[in-house]
Design a protein around this ligand. Structure first.
Ligand SMILES: C[S@@+](CC[C@H](N)C(=O)[O-])C[C@H]1O[C@@H](n2cnc3c(N)ncnc32)[C@H](O)[C@@H]1O
Length: 506
């Protein structure tokens, strides 16, 4: 991987300097909360969209925090004396965090962005200058080896990751190291891989500056850096999932045909998981003419793994191409070049009969089950992040349902999950609702239609009475045959348990 054109990075084997720099940054309140206080919410949010003007306007003063924001987030040279008031300047110059500009100014060599961990940790994400945020605004560099900071995809994956304490975690395609950083909180050993050596270097800086333990950093493509029979309790990857012609930008273009890169990662992850372990990925997948996209994804799931695949968004091929041309900033360049790229991209999709591209989450859990449970669904609605606990509980409920036939379900008792409400939908003024919907206010925030029996049943579930006895009581109330009700309702109970509306009690 060429690093030609990219500036040298700070030294990653000077942990004592990273520790001193960290102390100085924290001392000046260069934290997520400190930035929000200084910049205000609109300018802070604009920064996350790569828009720097509001932050430049908010940092015209002379406080240490303003100097740090200008230096590390806004790529502005700052007078030496101002920096020396807040940072160990000579150390930072020696180890390459800062460089001299002209006679009397200093500039940062990398972007350093405060990032708050889920438990209030003050972390820092290091990335290439001008590349802290990807997205539709376009990154500040077109060098193929450029390393990006935290984008929406990064935080989505961090949010859905199951965070139970584990011995070993693998972050495949670590980039800035954000997933490895999160994993360092609950995994005894963290291995981080990347095909781009610059990313491994930056991951080491992110971990050191965040005060996290060092990870085992390995260079190589996909699972090739993983040794023969090495397995993990957790595998995470926000891979270069963009389906594009050619491998142009390492951080996003996998360089394999179509969605082969995502498929390969999913298929090979099964052999890399310990029993009970989770593998969680973000992915893009093709919707191919004449093929059922859900069947296509089901065929990716490796043997011995349960899977939960959620399509969060789908774009037609024109929207998709535009999104990623903009991501690279191509819309700001030469018009003819932009159009030629657009055209070539559509050619590629047409040749493979791709009509649209899906984006979503893939979670595997190694269960060793002979008949694995594979759920492929569309859920484009807002969810409540972090979702890691919801993901873990989804697979736990599957285990429960697998081991309880209908008779056992009727013997069991259930509890209505927290913050589930009932909505009645129908014409204004109508005496009876057309249908009743149960809605979750937590986790996936699902909504599901239920009949009168289902709604009545869910309302009574407080964990004390068995499902069968509740159904008998409902049958009596509605004047229905209890045997018929016991026969037809378990399918509905199963769905309510599977979707997390009801929780097995005890
Ligand atoms: C979208 S970035 C994700 C970075 C980071 N993990 C995150 O969540 O923000 C994808 C990363 O995968 C790396 N990568 C690209 N091709 C790869 C391959 N074949 N094998 C391993 N990593 C690869 C890129 O260098 C980049 O760092």
């Amino acid at each position: 991987m060429s690093e030609a054109g990219l500036p040298p990075l700070p030294s990653s084997d000077r942990p004592e300097v990273a520790a001193r720099l960290r102390e100085a940054l924290l001392g000046a309140s260069f934290t997520a909360d400190g930035l929000l206080d200084l910049l205000g919410a609109p300018a802070y949010a604009a920064l996350a969209r790569s828009e720097t003007v509001p932050a430049l306007r908010a940092t015209r003063g002379d406080t240490p925090l303003e100097a740090l924001v200008r230096l590390f987030l806004l790529q502005q040279p700052v007078p030496h004396a101002r920096v020396a008031d807040v940072l160990p300047v000579e150390d930072c110059l020696d180890s390459g965090w800062l460089r001299r500009v002209g006679a009397d100014e200093l500039a940062a060599t990398v972007d350093v962005r405060p990032y708050g961990g889920a438990d209030g940790e003050d972390w820092f994400i290091v990335s290439d200058l001008g590349c802290a945020v990807g997205g539709a605004g376009g990154i500040g560099s077109r060098d193929e080896g450029v390393v990006l900071g935290v984008g929406g995809a990064s935080t989505t994956l961090a949010g859905i990751t199951v965070r139970t304490p584990v011995s070993s975690a693998l972050d495949l395609g670590t980039g800035s190291g954000i997933q490895a950083l999160h994993a360092s909180r609950h995994a005894t050993r963290v291995t981080a891989t990347d095909v781009n050596p610059r990313a491994l270097h930056i991951t080491a800086l992110t971990l050191a500056l965040s005060g996290a333990p060092a990870a085992d950093l390995r260079e190589g493509s996909l699972f090739s850096p993983v040794r023969g029979d090495e397995t993990f309790d957790l595998v995470v990857s926000n891979p270069p999932f963009v389906i594009s012609p050619g491998a142009r930008l390492t951080y996003r273009d996998g360089g394999m045909s179509g969605d082969d890169l995502c498929r390969t990662i999913v298929q090979e992850a099964g052999d890399r998981l310990n029993e009970g372990g989770f593998a969680q990925f973000l992915a893009n997948w093709e919707h191919v003419e004449g093929e059922d996209w859900q069947d296509r994804l089901r065929s990716w799931v490796p043997r011995g793994c349960d899977a939960w695949i959620v399509q969060r968004e789908m774009q037609d091929i024109t929207q998709y191409v535009e999104l990623w041309l903009r991501d690279a900033g191509d819309h700001r360049g030469d018009v003819a070049e932009y159009q030629a790229r657009y055209d070539a991209w559509l050619d590629e999709f047409e040749a493979r009969k791709v009509k649209a591209v899906g984006f979503g989450w893939i979670t595997l859990r190694k269960s060793g089950s002979v008949v694995p449970s594979v759920t492929v669904e569309e859920w484009p609605h807002p969810v409540e992040q972090p979702l890691g606990e919801t993901v873990r509980a989804h697979f736990e409920r599957l285990d429960y349902l697998r081991t309880h036939d209908d008779a056992a379900l009727l013997e069991a008792s259930f509890r209505l999950a927290g913050e589930v409400v009932q909505e009645q939908v129908g014409l204004p003024g109508a005496e009876d609702p057309e249908h009743v919907v149960l809605r979750q206010n937590r986790g996936m925030r699902r909504a599901t239609k239920v009949d009168t029996v289902g709604a009545g049943f869910a309302g009574v579930c407080d964990g004390t009475m068995s499902a069968g006895r509740i159904l008998d009581a409902i049958a009596q109330l509605l004047g229905e045959d209890p045997v018929v009700l016991r026969d037809r309702t378990p399918a509905q109970i199963r769905l309510l348990v599977e979707q997390g509306f009801l929780e097995p009690a005890g």
